[in-house]
Design a protein around this ligand. Sequence first.
Ligand code: ADP
Length: 459
Amino acid sequence: MLAKLEEAEKPFNLVRWFAILGGLSIVAITIIASLLLSRFLSRNMVLRDAIVTMGFIQSIAQSENTTRYFQINDIEEEPEAFEDFFHKIATMPEVSRAIIYDREGTVIWSDNPALIRHRFMPNPELELALSGELSVSSGKSGKPQKAEHVFGPNVPFFAEIYIPIWDSSGKEVVGAVEVYKVPLTLLRAIKEGTRLVWIGSVIGSFFLYTTLFWIVGRAGKTILMQQEEKIQAEKLVGIGVMAAGIAHEVNNPLAAMLGKAEMILEEEDSVRIHKYANDIIRFAKKASKIVKEITLYSRPSSRPSTVMKTSINDRLKKAIKLADYTDPLIHIEFVKDLEELLPPVNGSKVELEQVFVNLITNAIQAMKGRGRVMVKSRNEDGFAVVTIQDTGSGIKKEHIKQLFTPFFTTKDPGEGTGLGLNIVHTIVAKYGGSIRVESEEGKGSTFIVKLPLAGNKAK
Ligand code: ADP
């Protein structure tokens, strides 16, 4: 399986994402819940009011035995009693209009005489009332659903109620009464209820948000602290491993130097003395190289280095030579594919060489002395892109994320300190570049370094 690590990955900011997404969700939930609750409240209050009105009208209808007025022929017989009854309904408190229908839906009385004897069908609400059900709708007079819903500015809210009227036996519907109510007291109660719902929701949500924010903030801090502790613990383990490695690595050249120095003391031949002295210098350089690596790790940016325009291809060629010097490349094939006329990058020659030496040395070590290293350089959109590909062991998927962590090594003590890639990363980042790796276990690895060309401001 091909494993990849993009070095540009940013850590997940728990607190910031909670602040944004949590805040938005809580605001959305508050608004939706408050709207639903206030609608439910106002619908229920209007319905309660309509049921009371229905009870009132039906009881007068029953007590005054007026159901017969709904038979249109009776109008002529008792006009005064008829008029009186319907007038009572139209002048009930908060009623602004009243229309009386017979069982066919024809208007038999209205406070607007122009409507009398007309039949306005289809009217689903009236049909519902004539089938024995109470029908209620309410609205604002500024937003009429029907032409008759237009009221003056003094009517902010109305309820349209269709009430079925039953005969004296209570078995049959004889007609229906439609009343428009302007329930100002009810409206005040609805407004007050709605206000309380909104205040309650906003206070509750604010309390919920601040509590959660506090908990998430604490959790975020705890996670960061634990991560920090883990890194420290890993460093300590690494330092222990490294100390053993350094002791071993430095000890070998020191022992060799001691041996050569003792040999010089007993040697007369000046040619041999010269050779032993050269050996001592070589071993001393090896020991110094190990010490330098550690120094660079501990203070990567304070190391004196001259930043200048430098050719990436020259640094690559030098690094290949240096790697050859450290580890003779008997069975290693080197393939160079360097783009000619690649513009220079800004950086310290020594540091850039160190980047490539580390990557090439790792590649050589991963191939256990046999294989092919391909070194490629390209100019891509203002960046020098260097690819170092090997045919070595490849990297386990679970190791990929740890590669650039200091002291991460899979090598035996004395063979690796686990600092190489961390140093590479520090240097590349210092010059505004990035590094990523692609690897397939058993098939090889590819390290891709991207450095901005000198003069490229878009780093
Ligand atoms: P060191 O080489 O001292 O172990 P590095 O930081 O250079 O430290 O490398 C860390 C680890 O990354 C190595 O121990 C090795 O497991 C892995 N690694 C680095 N480069 C390669 C490569 N080209 N192929 C396979 N594994 C690699």
